[in-house]
Write a protein that binds this ligand. Structure first.
Ligand code: SAH
Length: 396
């Protein structure tokens, strides 16, 4: 192994790339537990091996030699669960139990949607031990069902070598259509079988709460609304009207259903809701006359690869400029980014420059990073950031 890779692993970084491996005593099979020795032949780490991925090994444990048996897996799960123990009350039944590498489960996510758990795999290296892991989860959390989701790049090998498929119910009764759950007392549906990620953007909960406190008396534009999460919080917080803007008809239909699910709340029932299906960049540019008291911008990742970083920064700046043009006097802008290739400071910089160029006088209310159930333990895991500014020309 190269010196750089060795010091990375020693420092707790969870990835070992194929090109950093100097010598291997045999080829290794998918999902095998591989042991990494340092350049003086001492135990350094062990992890899940994937002979077909440039990310050849995902570290499970580093430091002293360790036996990985059922008790070890069980303790590892317990650590992740314990971390969330005091975060949520019964008003929040949707959250993340296990968040990949940063919870010691590289490439594996476990989300809770009330009594349904969604296990999502981002590496095929888990497939050989899927049954063992699902059993562990079932015993410990007693869900009604466990749904398996697979990232696109591992769906073929899952089907051909393991007879697993995306949307498969691993345990419990079959599921048709979305499941519903609570987030701070608001009811939402999640399309756990087919939806993006595991069916809902659980990572935006804390930002949605902040939006609720800013919404009173303001009309709200929720750009890239997906299933309307931000809009429902805004409605409960006393927004005068909410507009969901998304390119996907499917997302807008879910947003409408989510609104209907909460009509028992007077604040939601009283609110006017509008859904607009359009490309947000185009709609924002084409409708300068539409003004809002609160504009939320939460686009999908604009940089999927490192090479797209600069283009993404320009797009974030342009989006902020477009959003600012729709703010009424005293309005609030909330801009989010979920691109891991763009750092928080780069993103905040792009938004601040757009604000400066707009000639508006704005006060920065807050910036946020990862919520506690989505910890980021190493640099590449940091993807989420948001910034909020208020036009201070008139006190609201
Ligand atoms: N804010 C949401 C999550 C947004 S996910 C929440 O809190 O749940 C990103 C959304 O952007 C998806 O719903 C996707 O359909 C939408 N989208 C992607 N490209 C778009 C575009 N060019 N214009 C408008 N919406 C777009």
């Amino acid at each position: 192994m190269t010196a750089a890779a060795e010091s990375n692993l020693r420092a707790g970084h969870p990835w070992l790339y194929a090109q950093s491996i100097r010598e291997q005593n045999r080829p290794g099979r998918l999902g095998e537990l591989a042991v990494v020795y340092d350049r003086r032949d001492r135990f350094l780490a062990l992890g899940l091996f994937d002979p077909d991925s440039p990310l050849r090994l995902r570290v499970l444990h580093a430091g002293k030699p360790q036996t990985v048996d059922r008790a070890w897996w069980s303790a590892r799960l317990e650590t992740a669960l314990a971390r969330r123990r005091d975060l949520f009350d019964e008003q929040t039944t949707g959250f993340r139990w296990v968040h990949g590498e940063s919870d010691g489960w590289p490439g594996l996510v476990l989300d809770r949607y009330d009594r349904t758990l969604v296990l999502k795999l981002y590496t095929a290296a888990w497939l050989p031990r899927l049954e063992e892991i699902a059993e562990l989860i079932r015993e410990r959390l007693s869900p009604e069902r466990i749904v398996l989701r697979l990232s696109r790049n591992i769906q073929t090998v899952a089907g051909s070598q393991f007879a697993n498929h995306d949307g498969q119910v691993l345990a419990g009764p079959p599921q048709e259509g979305p499941v519903t759950f609570l987030e701070t007392g608001l009811r939402f549906e999640a399309d756990v079988l087919r939806g993006q990620k595991t069916g809902f953007f659980l990572d935006q909960r804390e930002n949605r709460k902040r939006v609720e406190t800013l919404a009173r008396g303001r009309s709200v534009l929720n750009a890239f609304s997906f299933s309307g999460g931000f809009s429902l919080y805004a409605a409960r917080g006393g927004a005068t009207a909410v507009t969901d803007l998304d390119i996907s008809a499917h997302a807008l239909a879910a947003a409408e259903r989510n609104f209907a699910l909460n009509r028992s709340l007077a604040a939601v029932a009283a609110r006017r809701r509008e859904g607009i299906q359009a490309d947000a960049f185009e709609w924002l540019a084409a409708n300068p006359a539409r003004k809002f008291g609160l504009v939320i911008l939460d686009p999908p990742s604009l940089a999927k690869r490192e090479a797209e970083r600069l283009g993404a920064l320009r797009a974030y700046g342009r989006l902020a400029t477009l959003g600012l043009a729709h703010l009424s006097t005293g309005g609030v802008l909330v801009a989010c980014s979920c691109s891991a290739h763009v750092t928080a400071e780069e993103f905040f910089g792009a938004v601040r420059r757009a604000v400066a160029a707009s000639g508006r006088e704005m006060a920065e209310l807050w910036t946020t990073h990862h919520p506690a159930d989505h910890p980021a333990a190493f640099k590449e895991a940091e993807y989420l950031k948001a910034i909020c500014l208020r036009d201070v020309r008139r006190a609201c």
